[in-house]
Structures are given as structure tokens and as C-alpha cells.
Design a protein around this ligand. Structure first.
Ligand SMILES: Nc1ncnc2c1ncn2[C@@H]1O[C@H](COP(=O)(O)OP(=O)(O)OP(=O)(O)O)[C@@H](O)[C@H]1O
Length: 232
């Protein structure tokens, strides 16, 4: 089996703990994602998919349990340590792309690098342009992001998520806001990058036709993993 990129052990998430409003959203989640794997995360609305993705992406912290990214334990990291680990290992694509409309397409792709290190290196600039080609958006790098269609903006968001060469790519309903054909095309990009870069890719989707294309499917129900042979 290939390298473990992400490992969760007995992860729980309780929102507003120790209050009458406490909600126990994730229960004892244990799983591994490996380099090269393409996995769909499915489950009914409210089953905890986004909560789990936010924990995996180090955007939120578990209430208990441990989470390793590329072998590094994350429970004791402070905010700066988590931000660094995220920047170097994780790409995130959201349903709503969160591009900066006034910035150019290229600057949006380069944004994670600029936040991390300032001016990108020439090789990184070349890679950003290569990614824009690969997502089907050549020759528009200077156009402002707000001038693009929804599908084009999501393509830019995918290039932005990949520009740091992450080992782990997480996508939260990346096609949820797109028409059927555009959704198919955007999903095909995830398949392509998963094949080409070998990054472990986890995609939340409500679309059974798209999850059926993933070699591995993890199903959440009421915050627990059901019917997942890869679960520990
Ligand atoms: N910050 C929060 N505070 C309290 N409860 C929360 C918070 N975030 C999520 N929840 C609750 O956690 C549960 C799981 O939500 P989550 O968004 O993870 O589900 P989901 O499976 O992604 O749903 P959907 O498919 O509708 O996006 C829901 O009951 C939600 O209300």
C-alpha cells in the first residue's frame, strides 16, 4: 500500500461542548488516506462531511483524537504551526471558490505562495501558468477573476489549490454550484490531477454519478463512517 498522507485516529468533534447546546457531530472517526487515492466522501445533509473536511484541512481542531498529516501529529500544534503545515501539505477547494475578484487570474493562483513567502520563484510562476493551461484556461492570466464564469472560477480555484504541490487535496462540494456538464468537466480535472500528481484527493459530493467514478467511497451517517472497507 502506498504512503499514508492523512491519518485520523478516534477523532471526535463536539460543537459548543459543556453547554446545553452541545452537538456531538463526529464520533470516533479513524481512517487513512494514501498517496494516489481518489476518494469520495458522501452522506446525507448534516452527517458531518464539511466538519470532517475542515478537521482534515486543519481549518478546525478535533475535540478529541489525533490527526497526522504526512506523519506529523497535529494535536499540539499552535496556530502558526497548523498554518505552516496546511500551506505546505494541503490544498483546499470549496463549493464557492473564494477568489479575489479584483485580482488577476494568475495572482489568484499565486495567492497561497504570496501569503506564505512573498514573491514567487520563477519555477513557481511557470508551474502556476502550467496549471492554468492544464485546467483549460490558457491566455487569460491577466484577466480579472470576476470576469470569469462560475466554471472558470472553479478551475482557477483548483489551480490555486494545487500551486503549492500539496500531498493532500480536499474539495468540499466543488461541483455543487455548477451545471451538470461543467460539473463533469471540473470533476474530470480532479481525476486528471490525482493521476498526474499522485496527491491523495478527497471530494465531498452529493452527486452519485461523480462518487461512482471514485475508486474509494467513504460514507458518513450521523457522524460515523458506515460501509467503508478502508476504515481502521
Ligand atoms: N459551528 C457549528 N456549531 C454548531 N453546530 C455545527 C457547527 N458546524 C456544524 N454544525 C452542525 O454539525 C452537523 C454537521 O454539519 P456539516 O456541515 O458538517 O454537515 P454536512 O454533512 O457537510 O452537511 P451538508 O451536506 O448539508 O453540507 C449539523 O447538524 C450542523 O448543524
Amino acid at each position: 500500500m502506498s504512503e499514508v498522507v492523512l491519518r485520523l485516529q478516534d477523532v471526535n468533534k463536539v460543537f459548543e461542548p459543556d453547554t446545553p447546546r452541545a452537538v456531538h457531530v463526529l464520533h470516533d472517526i479513524s481512517l487513512e488516506l494514501h498517496a494516489g487515492e481518489l476518494t469520495a466522501l458522501i452522506g446525507p445533509s448534516g452527517s458531518g462531511k464539511s466538519t470532517l473536511l475542515n478537521l482534515m484541512g486543519l481549518l478546525d481542531t478535533p475535540s478529541s483524537g489525533e490527526l497526522w498529516i504526512d506523519g506529523q501529529a497535529t494535536a499540539r500544534l499552535d496556530d502558526a504551526g497548523r498554518t505552516r503545515l496546511r500551506a505546505h501539505h494541503i490544498g483546499f477547494v470549496f463549493q464557492f471558490h473564494h477568489l479575489i475578484g479584483a485580482f488577476s487570474v494568475l495572482d489568484n493562483v499565486l495567492m497561497p505562495l504570496m501569503l506564505q513567502q512573498g514573491k514567487p520563484a520563477t519555477a513557481q510562476l511557470d508551474y502556476a501558468r502550467h496549471l492554468l493551461d492544464a485546467v483549460g484556461l490558457p491566455n487569460i492570466e491577466q484577466r480579472s477573476a470576476k470576469a470569469l464564469s462560475g466554471g472558470q472560477q472553479q478551475r482557477v480555484a483548483i489551480a490555486r489549490a494545487l500551486v503549492g504541490k500539496p500531498a493532500l487535496l480536499l474539495a468540499d462540494e466543488p461541483t455543487g454550484n455548477l451545471d451538470t456538464q461543467t460539473a463533469e468537466e471540473v470533476f474530470a480535472l480532479f481525476e486528471q490531477f490525482n493521476r498526474d500528481t499522485g496527491c491523495a484527493t478527497l471530494i465531498v459530493t452529493h452527486d452519485p454519478r461523480l462518487s461512482a467514478r471514485c475508486p474509494r467511497v467513504i460514507e458518513l451517517l450521523d457522524g460515523r463512517i458506515v460501509s467503508e472497507p478502508g476504515a481502521l
